[in-house]
Design a protein around this ligand. Structure first.
Ligand SMILES: C[S@@+](CC[C@H](N)C(=O)[O-])C[C@H]1O[C@@H](n2cnc3c(N)ncnc32)[C@H](O)[C@@H]1O
Length: 240
Protein backbone atom coordinates (compact mmCIF):
# COMPACT_ATOMS: atom_id res chain seq x y z
CA UNK A 1 0.00 0.00 0.00
CA UNK A 2 1.24 3.47 -0.79
CA UNK A 3 -0.48 6.83 -0.45
CA UNK A 4 0.66 10.41 -1.02
CA UNK A 5 -0.68 12.85 1.53
CA UNK A 6 -0.59 16.64 1.87
CA UNK A 7 0.83 18.01 5.15
CA UNK A 8 1.30 21.49 6.48
CA UNK A 9 1.94 23.98 4.93
CA UNK A 10 4.22 24.64 7.87
CA UNK A 11 2.31 23.69 10.99
CA UNK A 12 1.20 20.11 11.65
CA UNK A 13 -2.09 21.43 13.03
CA UNK A 14 -3.28 21.84 9.44
CA UNK A 15 -2.89 18.14 8.63
CA UNK A 16 -6.20 16.33 8.13
CA UNK A 17 -7.25 13.70 10.68
CA UNK A 18 -7.13 11.07 7.94
CA UNK A 19 -3.56 12.11 7.11
CA UNK A 20 -2.53 11.83 10.76
CA UNK A 21 -4.09 8.36 11.01
CA UNK A 22 -2.23 7.16 7.91
CA UNK A 23 1.11 8.39 9.30
CA UNK A 24 0.48 6.80 12.73
CA UNK A 25 -0.14 3.43 11.03
CA UNK A 26 2.67 3.61 8.49
CA UNK A 27 5.60 1.20 8.13
CA UNK A 28 7.45 3.71 5.96
CA UNK A 29 7.16 7.52 5.95
CA UNK A 30 8.98 9.33 3.14
CA UNK A 31 9.39 12.87 1.89
CA UNK A 32 11.60 15.92 1.69
CA UNK A 33 13.38 16.66 4.99
CA UNK A 34 11.45 19.87 5.73
CA UNK A 35 8.08 18.20 5.14
CA UNK A 36 8.81 15.05 7.15
CA UNK A 37 9.92 17.42 9.92
CA UNK A 38 6.38 18.85 10.04
CA UNK A 39 4.83 15.43 10.80
CA UNK A 40 7.72 14.07 12.90
CA UNK A 41 5.68 13.94 16.12
CA UNK A 42 3.20 11.52 14.50
CA UNK A 43 5.66 9.02 13.03
CA UNK A 44 5.70 5.75 15.03
CA UNK A 45 9.10 4.64 16.37
CA UNK A 46 8.76 1.40 14.43
CA UNK A 47 8.47 3.20 11.07
CA UNK A 48 11.33 3.51 8.62
CA UNK A 49 11.84 7.14 7.59
CA UNK A 50 13.12 7.83 4.08
CA UNK A 51 14.36 11.41 3.76
CA UNK A 52 15.22 12.97 0.43
CA UNK A 53 16.13 16.21 -1.34
CA UNK A 54 16.01 17.48 -4.91
CA UNK A 55 19.18 15.66 -5.91
CA UNK A 56 18.48 12.16 -4.59
CA UNK A 57 14.67 12.03 -4.79
CA UNK A 58 14.57 9.53 -7.68
CA UNK A 59 16.85 6.99 -5.94
CA UNK A 60 15.07 7.44 -2.58
CA UNK A 61 11.66 6.96 -4.17
CA UNK A 62 12.92 3.67 -5.63
CA UNK A 63 13.57 2.52 -2.05
CA UNK A 64 10.02 3.53 -1.05
CA UNK A 65 8.53 1.81 -4.11
CA UNK A 66 10.42 -1.40 -3.26
CA UNK A 67 9.01 -1.29 0.29
CA UNK A 68 5.53 -0.76 -1.14
CA UNK A 69 5.93 -3.74 -3.50
CA UNK A 70 7.11 -5.79 -0.51
CA UNK A 71 3.74 -5.12 1.17
CA UNK A 72 4.74 -2.31 3.57
CA UNK A 73 2.31 0.53 4.34
CA UNK A 74 4.04 3.55 2.81
CA UNK A 75 3.12 7.20 3.17
CA UNK A 76 4.80 9.90 1.10
CA UNK A 77 4.25 13.34 2.59
CA UNK A 78 3.94 16.42 0.40
CA UNK A 79 4.09 20.09 1.38
CA UNK A 80 0.63 21.66 1.62
CA UNK A 81 -1.73 20.26 -0.98
CA UNK A 82 -0.46 17.79 -3.57
CA UNK A 83 -2.68 19.26 -6.24
CA UNK A 84 -1.00 22.67 -6.31
CA UNK A 85 2.64 22.59 -7.33
CA UNK A 86 3.02 18.95 -6.28
CA UNK A 87 2.23 16.99 -9.41
CA UNK A 88 5.81 16.61 -10.67
CA UNK A 89 6.77 14.92 -7.38
CA UNK A 90 3.63 12.78 -7.61
CA UNK A 91 4.68 11.80 -11.13
CA UNK A 92 8.06 10.68 -9.74
CA UNK A 93 6.35 8.59 -7.04
CA UNK A 94 4.12 6.95 -9.67
CA UNK A 95 7.04 6.34 -12.01
CA UNK A 96 8.97 4.65 -9.18
CA UNK A 97 5.96 2.46 -8.32
CA UNK A 98 5.04 1.70 -11.93
CA UNK A 99 1.38 2.60 -11.39
CA UNK A 100 -0.95 5.40 -10.32
CA UNK A 101 -1.10 5.98 -6.55
CA UNK A 102 -3.82 7.29 -4.26
CA UNK A 103 -3.63 10.90 -3.00
CA UNK A 104 -5.04 12.57 0.09
CA UNK A 105 -5.40 16.36 -0.20
CA UNK A 106 -3.88 18.70 2.34
CA UNK A 107 -4.27 22.39 3.01
CA UNK A 108 -2.32 24.46 0.54
CA UNK A 109 -0.35 27.61 1.27
CA UNK A 110 -2.71 29.10 -1.34
CA UNK A 111 -5.68 28.33 0.93
CA UNK A 112 -4.01 29.85 3.97
CA UNK A 113 -3.14 32.93 1.91
CA UNK A 114 -6.71 33.17 0.60
CA UNK A 115 -7.97 33.05 4.16
CA UNK A 116 -5.50 35.66 5.48
CA UNK A 117 -5.96 38.02 2.52
CA UNK A 118 -9.71 37.33 2.12
CA UNK A 119 -9.79 36.38 -1.55
CA UNK A 120 -12.41 34.27 -3.16
CA UNK A 121 -11.21 31.25 -5.17
CA UNK A 122 -14.02 31.79 -7.71
CA UNK A 123 -12.36 35.02 -8.82
CA UNK A 124 -8.76 33.84 -8.52
CA UNK A 125 -6.36 31.74 -10.59
CA UNK A 126 -3.45 29.72 -9.16
CA UNK A 127 -0.13 29.60 -10.95
CA UNK A 128 3.13 28.02 -9.87
CA UNK A 129 6.59 28.69 -11.23
CA UNK A 130 8.04 26.16 -8.78
CA UNK A 131 8.29 23.42 -11.39
CA UNK A 132 10.70 21.96 -13.91
CA UNK A 133 10.28 22.55 -17.61
CA UNK A 134 9.18 25.48 -19.74
CA UNK A 135 7.80 28.35 -17.63
CA UNK A 136 6.81 30.50 -20.63
CA UNK A 137 3.22 29.17 -20.99
CA UNK A 138 2.64 29.84 -17.28
CA UNK A 139 4.06 33.36 -17.55
CA UNK A 140 1.77 34.12 -20.48
CA UNK A 141 -1.19 32.68 -18.62
CA UNK A 142 -0.49 34.99 -15.68
CA UNK A 143 -0.63 38.02 -17.99
CA UNK A 144 -3.98 36.81 -19.37
CA UNK A 145 -5.38 36.22 -15.88
CA UNK A 146 -4.59 39.79 -14.80
CA UNK A 147 -5.82 41.28 -18.07
CA UNK A 148 -9.02 39.30 -17.57
CA UNK A 149 -9.71 41.00 -14.24
CA UNK A 150 -8.93 38.02 -11.99
CA UNK A 151 -6.68 37.82 -8.93
CA UNK A 152 -3.63 35.59 -9.17
CA UNK A 153 -2.08 33.52 -6.39
CA UNK A 154 1.44 32.73 -7.49
CA UNK A 155 4.10 30.39 -6.13
CA UNK A 156 7.52 31.78 -7.14
CA UNK A 157 10.55 29.72 -8.14
CA UNK A 158 13.40 29.99 -5.63
CA UNK A 159 16.01 27.81 -7.40
CA UNK A 160 19.45 28.79 -8.68
CA UNK A 161 20.14 32.24 -10.16
CA UNK A 162 19.61 31.02 -13.73
CA UNK A 163 16.08 29.82 -13.06
CA UNK A 164 14.97 31.86 -10.07
CA UNK A 165 11.62 33.60 -10.65
CA UNK A 166 10.90 35.26 -7.34
CA UNK A 167 8.29 38.00 -6.66
CA UNK A 168 10.61 40.76 -7.89
CA UNK A 169 11.28 38.90 -11.16
CA UNK A 170 7.57 38.17 -11.57
CA UNK A 171 6.70 41.83 -11.02
CA UNK A 172 9.41 43.01 -13.44
CA UNK A 173 8.23 40.52 -16.08
CA UNK A 174 4.60 41.64 -15.75
CA UNK A 175 5.51 45.32 -15.99
CA UNK A 176 7.54 44.54 -19.09
CA UNK A 177 4.47 42.84 -20.58
CA UNK A 178 2.45 46.03 -20.09
CA UNK A 179 0.53 44.95 -16.99
CA UNK A 180 -0.53 48.02 -14.97
CA UNK A 181 1.98 48.93 -12.22
CA UNK A 182 -0.73 49.73 -9.65
CA UNK A 183 -2.09 46.20 -9.14
CA UNK A 184 -2.36 45.76 -5.36
CA UNK A 185 0.21 43.08 -4.52
CA UNK A 186 0.94 41.09 -1.38
CA UNK A 187 3.67 38.63 -0.47
CA UNK A 188 3.20 36.35 2.52
CA UNK A 189 6.04 34.37 4.05
CA UNK A 190 6.16 31.34 6.34
CA UNK A 191 2.39 30.99 6.60
CA UNK A 192 1.19 29.15 9.75
CA UNK A 193 4.66 29.64 11.33
CA UNK A 194 6.53 32.91 11.77
CA UNK A 195 4.35 34.74 9.27
CA UNK A 196 5.39 37.98 7.58
CA UNK A 197 3.32 39.99 5.14
CA UNK A 198 4.21 42.68 2.64
CA UNK A 199 1.67 44.94 0.89
CA UNK A 200 2.32 47.33 -1.98
CA UNK A 201 1.85 47.67 -5.71
CA UNK A 202 3.24 45.52 -8.49
CA UNK A 203 5.73 48.30 -9.26
CA UNK A 204 6.87 48.43 -5.59
CA UNK A 205 7.37 44.67 -5.63
CA UNK A 206 9.95 44.79 -8.42
CA UNK A 207 12.77 45.64 -6.00
CA UNK A 208 11.72 43.63 -2.92
CA UNK A 209 13.54 40.51 -1.71
CA UNK A 210 11.65 37.65 -0.10
CA UNK A 211 12.62 34.28 1.31
CA UNK A 212 12.06 30.98 -0.51
CA UNK A 213 9.03 30.26 1.67
CA UNK A 214 6.86 32.95 0.13
CA UNK A 215 3.64 33.13 -1.85
CA UNK A 216 2.33 36.09 -3.82
CA UNK A 217 -1.10 37.57 -4.38
CA UNK A 218 -1.66 39.98 -7.26
CA UNK A 219 -5.11 41.45 -6.95
CA UNK A 220 -7.25 42.62 -9.82
CA UNK A 221 -7.52 46.41 -10.10
CA UNK A 222 -11.28 46.05 -10.56
CA UNK A 223 -12.73 43.60 -8.01
CA UNK A 224 -16.08 42.14 -9.01
CA UNK A 225 -19.05 43.93 -7.51
CA UNK A 226 -21.19 41.94 -5.10
CA UNK A 227 -23.74 39.84 -6.94
CA UNK A 228 -25.91 38.98 -3.96
CA UNK A 229 -29.28 40.60 -3.39
CA UNK A 230 -29.23 44.28 -2.36
CA UNK A 231 -29.77 44.98 1.31
CA UNK A 232 -32.45 47.39 2.50
CA UNK A 233 -31.01 47.62 6.02
CA UNK A 234 -29.62 51.03 6.79
CA UNK A 235 -25.93 50.97 7.80
CA UNK A 236 -25.60 47.28 6.86
CA UNK A 237 -22.03 45.91 7.03
CA UNK A 238 -20.25 45.85 3.67
CA UNK A 239 -17.11 43.87 2.90
CA UNK A 240 -13.96 46.06 2.73
C1 LIG B 1 6.77 22.97 -4.43
S1 LIG B 1 5.77 24.26 -3.84
C2 LIG B 1 4.57 23.30 -2.99
C3 LIG B 1 3.33 24.07 -2.62
C4 LIG B 1 2.38 23.21 -1.82
N1 LIG B 1 1.95 22.05 -2.55
C5 LIG B 1 1.16 23.98 -1.31
O1 LIG B 1 0.04 23.55 -1.61
O2 LIG B 1 1.33 24.95 -0.58
C6 LIG B 1 6.71 24.94 -2.52
C7 LIG B 1 6.54 26.43 -2.42
O3 LIG B 1 5.23 26.74 -1.90
C8 LIG B 1 5.29 27.93 -1.15
N2 LIG B 1 4.90 27.63 0.24
C9 LIG B 1 4.68 26.43 0.78
N3 LIG B 1 4.35 26.54 2.09
C10 LIG B 1 4.36 27.86 2.38
C11 LIG B 1 4.10 28.62 3.56
N4 LIG B 1 3.80 28.02 4.71
N5 LIG B 1 4.19 29.95 3.48
C12 LIG B 1 4.49 30.58 2.32
N6 LIG B 1 4.75 29.91 1.17
C13 LIG B 1 4.70 28.57 1.19
C14 LIG B 1 6.75 28.42 -1.20
O4 LIG B 1 6.90 29.30 -2.29
C15 LIG B 1 7.48 27.12 -1.47
O5 LIG B 1 8.78 27.34 -2.04
Amino acid sequence: MIICIGAGPGDVAYLTMRGAELIRNADVVAGFNAVVDVVQSLIPESAEVVLMGYRDQVEKLDIVAAAHHAGKRCVVVFMGDIHFSGFQYLERVERACGHAVETLPGISSAQILASRAKVCFDETTFITFHRRGDLEPFKRHLVHVLNDGRNAIVIPCPWDAARSFMPRHIAAYLLQQGVAPDHPTEVWENLTRSEAEWHGTLADCADQEFSDMSIMLIRTRAPMASQIEPTHKEGAWQPG
